[in-house]
Design a protein around this ligand. Structure first.
Ligand code: 5AD
Ligand code: FES
Length: 366
């Protein structure tokens, strides 16, 4: 069987069948995939990890995704919205500690007040860091006009996970209504590219009803869409969400974890020069889960720099790690972890994916 895996790994392009075979690799076979992925990482993006200081500034959310702990219908969450000063304080922390980049993330809102607030925040964050901090935003589905405004205000990367590229599965994990429309989400991804962002997407792995075929299609979707960044993590059930009802369909956590590592490794081989995040959800399953991801192709880590008092209320899933640690402690802890994993840290660099430059250059020349 491992001959079969070796043969696939030698191919230039993977078919859907190849990907499914790789996803089903056993313990020994998967080492071949992991080794190849780490080699590709070394050759194309370097054995280097970049930081994105993550600021989860508000858990107020207008949407109702079936998997998410901060969905609007969950009345047991204490809602918070960090002040602009505190957010900028966190940006300053990231800047002073040479993180290179920050990510602003929150529950989804598209009201005028929110749009204006983000615009102002972006401008200020750039200003206080002398234009040096790289800013990624992860603020859900918005209009093309809003995406453009935020881009012009200073954001240059955007994360919007497709969650699943399969429409049927998408509607098993989201309500089927105007606010959670699959095509709207897909269009939002196109709009992000149009607005000039380095565009990131991703999926959850190990969802109820999800098959190997779905996951293979997800990887092919990333490739066809020509994304610059991917963040994929294991699905972790949350008791206060509708999807919890289907927990009997779930793979054991360890298998979801292993499947996620395989997805990351296969993606690195398929898309050699993109940025791939080691999702925090991996750490909820294994204390060194993110470091394991760095060994098999991931090159981005998003240390949480949200003020600690608010962290416990941003639980998209249960068992979220590092809820009690302060930002300072996280920095020291991470540096040690990453060095052990064998990577250097790209301190003070934006760490853009080489893929983006190539993608836009080709477009410009065409
Ligand atoms: N388990 C794992 N990941 C989750 N997310 C939301 N809820 C969960 C969960 N229960 C992920 C989604 C979202 C990202 C911010 O967090 O993929 O896009
Ligand atoms: Fe908030 Fe899905 S529940 S965006």
């Amino acid at each position: 069987m491992s001959e079969k895996i070796k043969k696939i790994l030698e191919k230039k392009e993977f078919s859907k069948g190849d990907i499914i075979t790789l996803l089903q690799a056993n313990k020994e076979e998967r080492q071949l995939i992991f080794a190849k992925a780490n080699q590709v990482k070394k050759d194309f993006v370097g054995l280097k990890t970049y930081y994105r200081g993550l600021i989860e500034f508000s858990n107020i959310c207008a949407k109702d995704c079936y998997y998410c702990g901060i969905r609007a219908s969950n009345k047991n969450v204490q809602r918070y919205d960090i002040s602009d000063e505190q957010i900028l304080q966190a940006v300053k922390f990231a800047y002073e500690n040479n993180y290179g980049s920050v990510v602003f993330q929150s529950g989804e809102r598209a009201d005028k007040q929110f749009i204006e607030r983000i615009e102002q925040l972006l401008i200020k964050a750039k200003k206080i860091t002398k234009g040096k901090i790289g800013i990624t935003i992860s603020l859900g589905e918005q209009s093309l006009e809003t995406y453009r405004r935020w881009y012009n205000a200073g954001a240059h990367r955007y994360l919007l996970r497709i969650e699943s590229s399969n429409k049927e599965l998408y509607y098993k994990i989201h309500p089927q209504n105007k606010m959670h429309d699959f095509d709207t989400r897909l269009n939002a991804l196109y709009d992000l590219q149009k607005a000039g962002y380095q565009t990131g997407t991703g999926v959850m792995i190990g969802l109820p009803f999800q098959t190997y075929e779905h996951l293979a299609d997800d990887l092919l979707f990333f490739k066809a869409f020509d994304v610059d960044m991917v963040g994929m993590g294991p699905y972790i059930e949350h008791t206060e969400t509708p999807l919890y009802e289907h927990r009997n369909l779930l793979l054991p956590l360890e298998e979801r974890f292993n499947l996620t590592l395989k997805m990351i490794a296969i993606l690195r081989i398929m898309m050699k020069d993109i940025n791939i995040a080691a999702a925090t959800a991996l750490q909820a399953i294994d204390p060194i889960g993110r470091e394991k991801a760095l060994k098999v192709g991931a090159n981005i880590i998003m240390p949480n720099i949200t003020p600690t008092i608010n962290r416990e209320n941003y639980q998209l899933y249960e068992n979220k790690p590092c809820i009690d640690e302060g930002a300072d402690e996280c920095t020291h802890c991470l540096e040690a972890r990453i060095t052990i994993s064998g990577d250097d840290i790209g301190y003070g660099e934006w760490g853009d994916a080489p893929h983006f430059e190539k993608r836009t250059k080709i477009k410009k020349e065409a």
